[in-house]
Design a protein around this ligand. Structure first.
Ligand code: PMP
Length: 361
């Protein structure tokens, strides 16, 4: 069966084993005679799937007991609003580190809810780097500091998260959650749309430290209040049952691979292969990100000119590669190499890049 060499930025490649398991269970899950989409979300079968996904995520990410795990809808984009709605109280300010378009969007949405400020910004270089700890500034009025741990469009990624002492660190981890081991206790709140490393689109994971949940937000719309979802184990209304089921299969797959430590090693090896091909191309390929800020999830690079880029993308398509075109704000190409993209596909890409460079004149 033909499977694409899928380098899409999201929705993105899923593990083949996950798709096969879903296929096996498609018509009849757990002997119910129904597909997972036909089950009541109040049925024991679905509740077991839902609770298994929560407990697997807790185990795999080593999430301490003083955190709640939520499965919400509305994508990471709704979290741009829910975070300030729930965490930004009057008299306080939300500080944002700008490292790309998604952080800008998060800041703009927060500005509609309350007072905001920029804690640091890499915009002056078209987002080629991650600001260092001493560039980040915030006041005593800080409700939280927000970062985007991986910048999907520009191809930069945080290596060392800022240490903020008392101020909660809020992180949009949409494009690198589960790609490496992290210390959850450094964060007040983490959110991530699922459609890169976690599963299909349609479910958004939120991990929130319990003491940050504000029980006095009685005027907030019910669905936008974290407390609603905490009190109801994310089953206040009908959840995206298919997406949660697929998330549970992806989490089982992560465990089968040996956990995030093993994925981290694989991701490092995959990224190194492609960055080496860029660095050893005598300037034919140029990385967008500065080397110390390079993402292990989205490798962004340019070619000598528009004509070369166009030809590269056309030939790549004919060779079976999908999703290599860069975002218009960076230009060039982007290879998204999330957890489910195998090393062999990265090797094929590197081979293609070398051949293209040699044959291009
Ligand atoms: N943040 C980041 C880092 C992203 O990459 C994306 C989507 N690509 C978003 C937020 C927006 O996510 P969603 O489409 O789930 O709202």
């Amino acid at each position: 069966m033909k499977r694409a060499l899928n380098f899409n930025a999201g929705p993105a490649a899923l593990p083949e084993a996950v798709l096969q398991k879903a296929q096996q269970e498609w018509l009849n899950i757990e002997d119910t005679g129904m597909s997972v989409m036909e089950l009541s979300h109040r049925s024991q079968t679905f509740e077991n799937i839902h609770n298994k996904a929560i407990s697997l995520l807790k185990e795999i990410m080593d999430i301490p007991d003083n955190y709640e795990i939520l499965f919400l809808q509305g994508g990471a984009s709704l979290q741009f609003s829910m975070v300030p709605m729930n965490l930004l109280s009057t008299g306080k300010k939300a500080y944002y580190v700008l490292t790309g378009s998604w952080s800008e969007k998060a800041l703009n949405e927060a500005g509609k809810i309350g007072d905001t400020a920029v804690a640091a910004s890499a915009k002056d270089t078209n987002y080629t780097y991650i600001p260092s700890a001493d560039e980040i500034s915030f006041g005593e009025d800080a409700a939280y500091v927000h970062i985007t741990t991986n910048n999907t469009i520009f191809g930069t990624q945080w290596n060392n998260y800022p240490v903020l002492e008392e101020v909660p660190l809020v992180a949009d981890m949409s494009s690198d959650i589960l790609s490496k081991k992290i210390d959850i206790s450094k964060f007040g709140l983490i959110y991530a749309g699922a459609q890169k490393n976690l599963g299909p689109s349609g479910v958004t994971v939120v991990i929130i430290r319990k003491d940050l949940v504000n029980s006095s937000l009685t005027n907030l719309p019910t669905m936008l209040n974290y407390e609603t979802h905490i009190k109801n184990n994310s089953l206040y209304n009908t959840p995206p049952t298919l997406a949660i089921y697929l998330l549970s299969l992806v989490l089982e797959w992560v465990k089968d691979q040996g956990g995030v430590e093993v994925l981290q090693e694989n991701n490092t090896a995959k990224a190194k292969l492609i960055y080496d091909a860029i660095d050893n191309s005598e300037g034919f390929y140029k990385g967008h990100a500065q080397p110390e800020s390079r993402s292990h999830m989205n490798v962004t690079f340019t070619l000598p000119d528009e004509a070369a880029t166009k030809k590269f993308l056309e030939e790549a398509k004919l060779a079976g590669f999908v999703g290599l075109n860069g975002h218009r704000s960076v230009g060039g190409c982007r290879a998204s190499i999330y957890n489910a993209v195998p090393l062999s596909h990265c090797e094929k890409l590197v081979g293609f890049m070398k051949n293209f460079k040699e044959s291009y004149s």
